[in-house]
Design a protein around this ligand. Structure first.
Ligand SMILES: [Mn+2]
Length: 317
């Protein structure tokens, strides 16, 4: 459905429940809370749901705002999923969403399979761009709080405006958000720079033993259970390690191995050109051409051997 019609229809709703995806990120949280405040400006009470707790790093922007996790659909006139490419991203709310009479799906993933009654799926750098467009269509006067939520989504889904998905539109929207009071410096600091002492320690342990194969084109960073334990960090905190690996001169493909249980590894793959989704699918995983992942259950050296062999087949000569 087109933007104008969705905007008009949303404005007529009585009460709305918004849904973030599981393992929530800056885009789903930013888009949901921006839309919540936008709708409430028009007098529509709105609640945000998430089948996960919101990570502590979002406290700075939420300032006490929370998500709900027990749903009684009856009180709402519409259920709206935000940034969920697949309906199972709603976690425990999937079934209720699918059986509800009036549902919206607002998303930016190309792979979105239009599972709601009304689907607004447009390929943009972040779903916050779609929510921005929707709010502008509703003639919502941008408030500072909402500008910050939207900026957070743009910022996180574009890697602080550094990824290939940044367009003139992304920056134009960002400039409008800054004009309305969004604090990009603060958002980027909390989303990308700030870390715990434990993570800094784990980063050091992992990177000092980084390995190179295939004439230095393939780099492997390994985080074992022992490393995690020694650092005191949470295994989730290894997120972003791969970016550092990809910055190393000469590296074409990077892999971060995280030992989840003895001889069970979660593998994150990145590439500057080679198709690593092919590498991942060899091991039952998947993803995008330049970023993908899989799980391999085997002793460490076997995992590294298998990966190196497979990567060698995908690297250009
Ligand atoms: Mn997103």
């Amino acid at each position: 459905m087109e933007l104008k019609l969705i905007a008009e229809k949303l404005k007529k709703e009585r009460k709305i429940a918004l849904f973030c995806h599981v393992r929530p990120d800056g885009d789903t949280i930013g888009a949901s809370f921006a839309l919540k405040h936008g709708l409430e400006y028009f007098g529509i009470p709105t609640d945000v749901y998430c089948d996960d707790i919101l990570p502590e790093r979002f406290d700075f922007i939420l300032q006490g705002e929370t998500v709900k996790n027990t749903l009684s659909c009856g009180e709402y006139s519409a259920l709206v999923s935000v940034d969920c490419a697949d309906v199972t991203r709603l976690g425990a709310f999937t079934e209720e969403f699918l059986s509800f009479k009036n549902t919206y799906n607002i998303d930016h993933h190309v792979s979105n399979n239009r599972y709601a009654k009304i689907n607004y799926v447009v390929d943009k750098s972040a779903n916050c761009q779609n929510v921005y467009d929707l709010l502008m269509e509703m003639n919502y006067p941008l408030e500072e709080k909402v500008a910050n939520f939207l900026a957070m989504g743009l910022c996180t889904d574009t890697g602080a405006f550094r990824h290939k998905n940044v367009t003139a539109e992304t920056l134009f929207t960002a400039s409008k958000l800054v004009e309305a009071g969004a604090d990009l410096n603060k958002i980027c600091f909390y989303m990308f720079t700030r870390q715990s002492k434990e993570r800094a320690r784990l980063f050091g342990i992992t990177m000092q033993k980084i390995r190179y194969y295939l004439e230095g084109k393939f780099a492997v960073a390994i985080t074992t259970l022992a490393d995690v334990e020694k650092s005191g960090a949470n295994p989730d905190e290894t997120e972003g390690f791969i970016d550092f690996v990809m910055g190393i001169k000469g590296v074409e493909v990077g892999a971060c191995l995280l030992e989840m249980a003895p001889d069970k590894f979660k593998v994150s793959l990145r590439s500057k050109g080679a198709d690593v989704s092919g590498v991942a699918s060899t091991f039952g995983g998947g993803g995008h051409t330049l970023a993908s992942g899989c799980r391999i259950n085997a002793p460490l050296e076997e995992v590294v051997d298998k990966l190196t062999f497979t990567v060698s087949r995908y690297l250009p000569e």
